[in-house]
Design a protein around this ligand. Sequence first.
Ligand SMILES: [Zn+2]
Length: 172
Amino acid sequence: MASIYTVNDETLYNIARVLGGEDGVKIIEILHDKDNITVEELAEITEIQINDVRKLLYRFYNHSLVTNRRFRDKETGWFIFQWSLQPELVEAYVHSIKQKILRKLETRLAYENTHEFYHCGNPGCPNTTFEEAMETVFHCPNCNEPLHRVDNLPVIEFLEKKIEEIKEEMED
Ligand SMILES: [Zn+2]
C-alpha cells in the first residue's frame, strides 16, 4: 500500500463543505494558501464569528483535516494556537472513505452474485428476489403483474468495474 495519496483541491473542498458548509470551505481555502494562522486572523479575513471559526476548526481537527501548534505569547503569557492544513491526514481521511465505499460495493456485488432477481416490467416497481417472488407465486408484490427474471449481469459488471477503479485509485 502506498503511503502517499494525492488529494486534489476539489476533494478537499468537498470534505470541508460536508463537515462545515460554506463557512468551512472559506476557512479551508485560506489554510490551503497559508500556514500557521490564528483563530482571530481567520475570523477577520472570513468575517465569520470567532466562536464559529473555533468550532469549525475543532471539527476539522477531529477529522484530521487541520493541525495546530501552540506557543506562549511572550508579552501576555497567554497560549496562542496557530492552525494549518494537515495534508497527509486529509489523504488518509479520503483513503478511509474510499475503503468504506469499496466494502459497500463488495457487499453489494456478493449479494448480486448470490441472488436471482425478478421484475414485472413496470418502471415504478422495485426488483424482487427469488425468495420474495416465490411467496407471491411470481407476481409483483406492488402491481400484481407477472414477474420475469432480470438479467443482473450489467449490474455485476458495473460493480466490478467500480471496484477495480477504486482499487486502482488507492494504489496510486
Ligand atoms: Zn410491478
